[in-house]
Design a protein around this ligand. Structure first.
Ligand SMILES: Cc1cc2nc3c(=O)[nH]c(=O)nc-3n(C[C@H](O)[C@H](O)[C@H](O)COP(=O)(O)OP(=O)(O)OC[C@H]3O[C@@H](n4cnc5c(N)ncnc54)[C@H](O)[C@@H]3O)c2cc1C
Length: 427
């Protein structure tokens, strides 16, 4: 097995997640022999039933139109569209952001038939891709590196529960419950997820999830939450000097192609996979295309993250107010949030100024000049005692866990170990 860009030779992809499968589908449809290797036993195992949002505000193009233009079939997985989201301010005021279009599409990650991972997997199999699960390969033997996060810049923890509450989505900016970040509630067809994201590294991090759940129970009294399992994982945010090196293409989170501000990485994962495949088919230049099409958004998100790292609830409140005022003026809640994500001259300059201070060199990146956003340390304000309600949530979860409730983010450590072993084999 060798890494190859010769048209007659098979192409090996490391990682059967969204970016790797997107690349494989495009290549196989063009007649190339493609082998995708994943250390886990199936696509989506890393996420195990997590809901994730395909955002639809950062670019002019609708993401599903983009998928269609790349030959990817959005009807192969379940996606639930929302035009309204509860916006929860840090002082617990709840308003609604609304649009006439599509704000979010919620998809499920995991191994169930209706997940986006399985939808992509089916498309890959239909296109003739050879999938090898529980397969360990060396990085230098693969042409496309698509194995997701390696390091940790941030984490998210959530609880999946059953509920009889109607479909709903809420997004909360609250620096206590979600340090430097946000929490959310998603309910689709009787299954709910409450999740909190931590952009600062914490001891006893489960207390943030318990406190967040307690908050939602108090403010959404009809949840009737019955815990099923806990999910989560890490995000890896890096800037790379090169995205293609020694004939290898680094896509998705393996290439650091992520949203540094809030972690909406799926769109860039799929897009980068497609761009790598097109380069291999002689229809583009991956290095150039990543820089032109994706990096302006990535750099904007670095600038946004730098700003976010400097603020707390007072600024979060101002953001929520500005968002709602803008919506009242324009009649569309997507405009304000869209502007936040879009490149501007100010964000470009800010990126140039702050990125040298914000990012740390990764010495193990095989000469690609990778600079990672470190997981920031906790602040004094992150030390607090859990409320009685949060302690009760924790005790309830302990009972569910003793009865067999699964915690999937433990698996990320398995992936870390496997990646380290794979790098050790390589070097
Ligand atoms: C809890 C959580 C919530 C998130 N929510 C959102 C959201 O709401 N919206 C959004 O847009 N993004 C979200 N993201 C980010 C999004 O999931 C990622 O950006 C996206 O999945 C990255 O795609 P990828 O193809 O790079 O990696 P993945 O989809 O993670 O796929 C990587 C694959 O590589 C495999 N692998 C790992 N190591 C190896 C190895 N050594 N050899 C072979 N295979 C390997 C893994 O098993 C996995 O199957 C979230 C992330 C987390 C952790």
């Amino acid at each position: 097995m060798t890494a190859s860009t010769e048209t007659s030779e098979p192409i090996h992809v490391m990682g059967a997640g969204l970016s790797g499968l997107a690349a494989a589908i495009v290549l196989a449809k063009a007649g190339r022999e493609v082998h995708v290797h994943d250390i886990r036993d199936d696509s989506g195992s890393r996420f195990d039933g997590d809901f994730q949002a395909l955002e639809n505000w950062s670019m002019d193009d609708d993401f599903f139109d983009q998928l269609a233009s790349w030959g990817l079939d959005a009807s192969s997985f379940k996606a639930t569209t929302f035009d309204t989201v509860d916006l929860i301010h840090p002082d617990d005021v709840i308003t609604q952001a609304k649009t006439g279009g599509v704000a979010y599409r919620i998809v499920e990650r995991g191994t169930s038939d209706h997940t986006i991972d399985q939808g992509f997997k089916r498309q890959a199999l239909d296109a003739g891709v050879h999938l090898h699960y529980k397969s360990r390969v060396k990085e230098e033997d693969c042409t496309i590196i698509a194995c997701g996060p390696k390091g940790t810049s941030a984490v998210a923890y959530g609880e999946i529960f059953s509920t009889d509450h109607p479909n709903h989505i809420a997004f909360q900016l609250n620096d206590k419950l979600a340090p430097g970040s946000y929490s959310y509630l998603i309910i689709i067809d009787g299954v709910g997820l409450i999740c909190t994201c931590l952009w600062r590294k914490q001891r006893k991090s489960e207390r943030f999830l318990n406190e967040t759940i307690a908050w939602y129970e108090e403010h959404y009294p009809n949840l009737n939450r019955q815990p099923i399992k806990r999910v989560g994982g890490k995000g890896d945010f890096t800037i790379n000097r090169r995205y293609k090196q020694d004939g290898r293409y680094y896509v998705g989170e393996s290439g650091g192609l992520q949203d540094f501000m809030w972690g909406f990485g799926m769109r860039m994962a799929v897009w980068s996979g497609v761009l790598a495949a097109r380069d291999l088919l002689g229809q583009g230049d991956y290095e150039r295309d990543v820089r032109q099409k994706l990096m302006p958004y990535v750099r904007t998100s670095v600038a946004n993250r730098w700003l976010m790292n400097r603020v707390g609830d007072r600024t979060f409140k101002r953001m929520c107010t500005a968002w709602m005022n803008d919506q009242a003026k324009r009649g569309d809640g997507l405009v304000w949030i869209g502007k936040l994500f879009r490149p501007t001259m100010f964000k470009r300059v800010l990126y140039r100024v702050v990125s040298p201070f914000m990012l740390r060199n990764d010495p193990k990146a095989m000469g690609r000049g990778v600079r990672r956003m470190p997981f920031r340390p906790a602040l004094k304000r992150d030390v607090w005692q859990p409320s009685a309600a949060a302690q009760a949530v924790g005790q309830q979860w302990d009972a569910v866990r003793r009865g067999g409730g699964h915690v999937s983010f433990a698996d990320d450590q398995e992936s870390d170990k496997a990646s380290q072993e794979a790098s050790a084999i390589s070097s």
